[in-house]
Write a protein of this length. Structure first.
Length: 302
């Protein structure tokens, strides 16, 4: 495989996927544009579980199986060959976020720590929870950032979401309801609304800014998704990765169902146990296609 094959366009498969989606009258349609398979040295991706992107053209892949990050940059309308970044402090990178300064935050699945990676690829420390009596008992399960640099940390042990200021001091705690199942991810929307997705019950919970606890925003969506594992907010919609169902569910920020995209498979435009996704304001979507050992690139149509 040559470097030029790091991204492979597949217009024919894109059109095949477009027709049934439009027939269902969905509000968002994913059109396959290309695929990332390897880094600049042609080392293949292995079970990537994370991907983060910026509107300025930076894409970072958590190449989990290879215990590394791979950094891509948009050049002349195409993503260039990926640069490998390996850190001793990041042994199983999973979920990624990029802040407004260009620094990367990576959740390490093995150590259960959120690691900061400076824009130049160097180690920038870990997020340490401060300001609460039981800080040592916090077990991170996922996280998100907001535009102000605050960290929203899903505490799997305490069944809560902790809001940390940029120094790591807890400024807010939001309790998950006792009737919730296994919450796998959170997201932050406009006005400071926090969303949480329950993988077992297939329910999305929400907490308005200042609320002490979450409330159910949807009924069970088990008929729509099997095991939702990742959640993000973009352009007034919630995008939910259905890991076991091998698809993407789209909801309104009020919880209304707006459609489903993708399906299981090995060809271009199909996924096998997808993990994280990210979206740019321009409508480009990157999906970490874990067990197909690749990251797929889609454009969105309405």
């Amino acid at each position: 495989m040559t470097v030029s094959r790091a991204i492979v366009s597949s217009l024919f498969l894109s059109l095949l996927g477009l027709v049934p989606a439009l027939a269902r009258g969905q509000s968002v349609v994913l059109v396959h544009e290309g695929t990332l398979y390897a880094d600049a040295e042609e080392k293949p991706l292995k079970a990537p579980e994370g991907v983060a992107c910026t509107d300025s053209g930076h894409v970072v892949v958590a190449d989990t199986g290879n215990k590394r990050l791979v950094l891509y940059t948009l050049e002349n309308g195409r993503l260039g060959a990926g640069k490998e970044v390996k850190l001793d402090q990041l042994t199983a990178p999973q979920r990624l976020q990029i802040d407004a300064k260009g620094d990367l935050f990576a959740f390490d699945l093995k150590t259960r720590k959120v690691v900061r990676v400076n824009a130049n690829g160097s180690y920038g420390g870990t997020i340490l929870v401060k300001g609460i009596a039981d800080a040592a008992e916090v077990v991170p399960a996922s996280f998100k950032l907001d535009a102000g640099g605050n960290v929203y940390l899903l505490d799997g042990a305490g069944r809560r979401v902790l809001v940390l200021d940029p120094s790591g001091t807890v400024t807010r705690q939001v309790q998950l309801p006792p009737e919730s199942g296994v919450v796998t991810d959170i997201a932050v929307g406009a006005g400071g609304v926090i969303y949480a997705v329950d993988a077992v019950k297939a329910v999305v919970w929400s907490a308005e800014k200042g609320a002490p606890a979450f409330k159910a925003m949807t009924a069970s969506l088990k008929d729509r998704m099997s095991f939702p594992s990742y959640l993000t907010v973009s352009r007034g919609r919630l995008f939910v990765v259905d890991q076991n169902g091998n698809g993407l569910v789209i909801l309104g920020v009020d919880g209304s169902y707006q459609g489903r995209q993708l399906s299981i498979g090995w060809g271009e435009g199909l996924v096998y146990y997808p993990a994280q996704l990210c979206l740019t304001e321009g409508g480009t979507v990157f999906v970490a296609d874990r067990y197909n050992n690749r990251v797929q690139v889609f454009s969105t149509a309405k």
